[in-house]
Write a protein that binds this ligand. Structure first.
Ligand code: HEC
Length: 207
């Protein structure tokens, strides 16, 4: 029978490894912790074990000194992520804000229990206030209420907003915001739609 390991058990395990191996280098300890995690999780549906593999940005942001990220490393992370942004070939950055609102509200997608053939949501409200009407929202990110009203809808603002949704790390190294385009969570059209949600004067964000 397969058992599921709780997060607590994993952390207790990691702590035990760390405590028992005071002489281990940071790198060795991280490697051991990763091996332990890999044996503790099992693949289910679309949630594969490669989700534990970190790219360069995640590695840099996971190092303890990242708490005091040097300006040089932060700049390196932002540049690499900025270079990865792919703007739409048709040059249009604004989609349908009504669809954007549904995407911002939906937390469905990428979980093992979700159908990978269906489009994912972005769960923007989990971290941001966006409209007045929705009173249930998280505060990990800044309020985006009146975002378009405050910043306008100039070409540079449209590009920044689309780019921020595509890859948040391009503008803020080690941001806690998901990289929706970079990690193929949202499609190009969906990113246009949430960009319109933030910028369209008729969207609930700007009322
Ligand atoms: C897991 C939390 C989380 C989610 C989900 C999230 N964000 Fe963010 N967002 C943040 C954090 C934290 C910041 C501030 C740090 C930074 O700028 O990266 C931020 C910053 C931003 C900014 C920059 C604000 C500024 O003042 O320039 C925009 C725009 C934004 N988010 C839009 C979105 C949209 C649109 C979505 C949904 C598609 C979304 N966010 C989903 C956490 C999140």
């Amino acid at each position: 029978m397969k058992t599921r390991t709780s997060a607590t058990a994993i952390f207790v395990g990691i702590a035990a490894i760390a405590a028992g191996c005071a002489s281990m280098s940071d790198q060795e300890a991280s490697q051991k912790a990763l091996e332990l995690m890999k044996t503790s999780f099992s693949e289910r549906g679309q949630a594969k074990l490669d989700r534990l593999d970190q790219d360069e940005t995640q590695k840099l942001c996971s190092k303890p000194p990242a708490l005091e990220l040097s300006k040089e490393v932060a700049t390196r992370i932002e540049k690499a992520n900025l270079d990865s942004i792919r703007y739409p070939a048709d040059g249009m950055l604004l989609g349908d804000w009504k669809s954007g609102e549904r995407i911002a509200q939906s937390g469905i997608g990428k979980q093992f229990s979700d159908d990978p053939k269906l489009p994912s949501g972005a769960n923007c409200y989990a971290c941001h206030q966006l409209s007045k009407a929705e009173i249930s929202y998280g505060t990990i990110g800044p309020s985006l209420y009146n975002y378009g009203k405050l910043r306008g809808t100039s070409e540079p603002i449209q590009r920044y907003t689309y780019g921020k949704v595509y890859n948040s790390q391009a503008f803020t190294a080690c941001s806690n915001m998901p990289r929706f385009g970079h990690n193929a969570i949202l499609t190009e059209q969906q990113m246009k739609d949430v960009t319109a949600l933030l910028l369209d004067p008729n969207s609930p964000v700007n009322q």
